[in-house]
Design a protein around this ligand. Structure first.
Ligand code: F6P
Length: 344
């Protein structure tokens, strides 16, 4: 089958590296004589037929830019059967021979279902959380880690000058990759992740021990998805997004209060939030995004569909798309053990 027209969309949370992906898809497709149609705002754009023509000029200058020039949304077409029909109808109407959806678990979960409906597609994994199981890394993660590391470095100087405990809340819904990497890179005294329940006695014990040896400041890094073993709870908004996720954020404040109450040491909290997801991608993320985009088009040219591109070691390969979603990649326990050596 000759591929003449290809659609590209970005779904879920934005992520540094999405624009390098879009640029690579358009450039490689152009080289092969394929027309690229940009779909606006993820699956929402396919429900409504909201598209934009993509040529070499539309991707010129976007490599260093954060976010996504196509826009994004957390729209789930499988919430309403009529929306799935609209997606399939628009794919036909727009004469798209193949689709390249770029997204995380949710976006690629929808893609997996569409493959079962007969849609030809090649997925590209994306998440700053780095928790997709079938790829060693996702782009956006390295940028987020570097931003968080720099924040920890800055918090260190204030912590030391004021003899305070500084809590840094970073992203990480189900897995604590950002907290672990940024915590190790930034020399955190405690790193708390969703994979292990927070033991407040242990955390406060570490901080007190540091004081006892003359270190009257501490840096605690906590992933927003972490949970307490007992002794504290985070009140969350009950509203869920279309994929059933609750809005996170707030654990840092609860943790900070508990530490101050239990240790008596002044404790301040910084929530990094979306600062980690915004702005220019690092060189690593630009290169990874570019390699993913090029590989996705080359798989299309080879007639390989129903797959997701993946980084394994230093090779970009393809895995069946259903392997890319549904199973979480949690933090490597040996890596966390290395972080723990520096606790206290
Ligand atoms: O999945 C990436 C992520 O940044 C998570 O770490 C975070 O919980 C979530 O997205 C936040 O999403 P939103 O920007 O839609 O609130």
């Amino acid at each position: 089958m000759t591929i003449k027209r290809l659609g590209v969309l970005t779904g879920g949370g934005d992520c540094p590296g999405l624009n390098p992906v879009i640029r690579a898809v358009v450039r490689r497709a152009h080289q092969a004589g394929i027309t690229v149609v940009g779909i606006r705002n993820g699956w929402k754009g396919l429900i409504h037929g909201d598209t934009v023509p993509m040529d070499l000029n539309s991707v010129s200058g976007i490599l260093p830019k954060g976010g996504t020039i196509l826009g994004t949304s957390r729209t789930n077409p499988y919430k309403k059967p009529e929306d799935v029909k609209k997606v399939l109808d628009h794919l036909k109407k727009l004469q798209l021979d193949v689709l390249i959806p770029v997204g995380g678990d949710d976006t690629l979960g929808v893609a997996t279902k569409l493959v079962q409906e007969g849609v030809k597609l090649v997925g590209i994994p994306k998440t700053i959380d780095n928790d997709l199981s079938a790829t060693d890394f996702t782009f956006g993660f390295d940028t987020a880690v570097n931003i968080a590391m720099e924040a920890i470095d800055r918090l260190h100087t204030t912590a030391e000058s004021h003899h305070r405990i500084m809590v840094a809340e970073v992203m990480g819904r189900h897995a604590g990759w950002i907290a672990t990497y940024a915590g190790i890179a930034g020399g955190a005294d405690v790193i708390l992740i969703p994979e292990t329940l927070i033991d407040l006695d242990e955390v406060c014990g570490i901080i007190k021990q540091r004081h006892a040896r003359g270190k009257d400041f501490s840096i605690v890094v906590v992933a927003e998805g972490a949970q307490f073993k007992s002794g504290a709870e985070v009140t969350r908004e009950q509203k869920l997004d279309e994929f059933g996720h609750v809005r996170l954020g707030g654990i840092g404040d609860v943790l900070g209060k508990q530490i101050e109450e239990r240790t008596g040491f002044e404790t301040r909290v910084t929530v990094l939030g979306h600062i980690q997801r915004g702005g220019s991608p690092t060189a690593f993320d630009r290169v990874l995004g570019t390699r993913f985009g090029v590989k996705a088009v080359e798989l299309v040219l080879d007639g390989t569909f129903g797959v997701m591109v993946s980084l394994q070691g230093n090779q970009i390969t393809a895995v069946p798309i259903e392997q890319g979603t549904g199973r979480l990649k949690t933090v490597d326990q040996d890596l966390y053990r290395i972080g723990k050596i520096f606790f206290g």
